[in-house]
Design a protein around this ligand. Structure first.
Ligand code: AMP
Length: 184
């Protein structure tokens, strides 16, 4: 049974790696960003509420993502493990997740921090060309990451859950390091 939380700045490659490892373990890849983007495309009420924040590179309000994760983790397919990608993004979400995982008795194995230097992050985001990847929005997403998400490194380190993986290497190298981690 594998349960992992992927942290890492935007552009660190967590989406790509989270998908790969989820496929490998036959468990769902739960990306709040993907779920929100689908809701925006479908013009679902969740999407309409989230779009303005996403377009600016700000976090969408906690109550929206928290409700979404709660529902997703109680789904049948998530009972054999999961990979969370993009959640939690701040301390309030991490505290919520802690109590949710306790309640459903699904402790996570590791919180993976994919570590990548800032200049490489900006370069990678500009290359992927997503609609929310303009330079101004990228700069804001990095600022939001630094202010709100990076404190989670300390949060999980104190809980002895943190695993740091070097994200500044060829894709296969990162995947190999992650495989070693989950085989521990
Ligand atoms: P991502 O694909 O993870 O980079 O997420 C894209 C955008 O969705 C972010 O810039 C946020 O606006 C929003 N988002 C994704 N996950 C969360 C979250 N856990 N909390 C708040 N906003 C989120």
């Amino acid at each position: 049974m594998t349960r992992l939380i992927f942290l890492g700045a935007p552009g660190a490659g967590k989406g790509t790696q989270a998908k790969l490892i989820a496929n490998l373990c036959s468990i769902p890849h739960v990306s709040t960003g993907d779920i929100l983007r689908t809701a925006v495309t479908n013009q679902a009420s969740l999407g309409l509420q989230a779009k303005l924040y996403m377009d600016r590179g700000d976090l969408v309000p906690d109550q929206l993502v928290v409700a979404l994760i709660q529902e997703r983790l109680k789904n049948h397919d998530a009972q054999e493990g999961w990979i969370l990608d993009g959640f939690p993004r701040n301390v309030a979400q991490a505290e919520f997740l802690d109590s949710l995982l306790n309640e459903i008795d699904q402790p996570c194995d590791y919180v993976v921090n994919l570590d990548v230097p800032d200049d490489i992050l900006v370069q990678r985001m500009l290359e992927r060309g997503r609609t929310d990847d303009t330079e101004e929005v990228i700069r804001n997403r990095l600022k939001v990451y630094r202010e709100q998400t990076s404190p989670l490194i300390d949060f999980y380190s104190k809980r002895k859950k943190l695993a740091i993986v070097n994200g500044d290497q060829l894709m296969d190298g990162v995947t190999d390091d992650l495989k070693k981690l989950i085989q521990r």
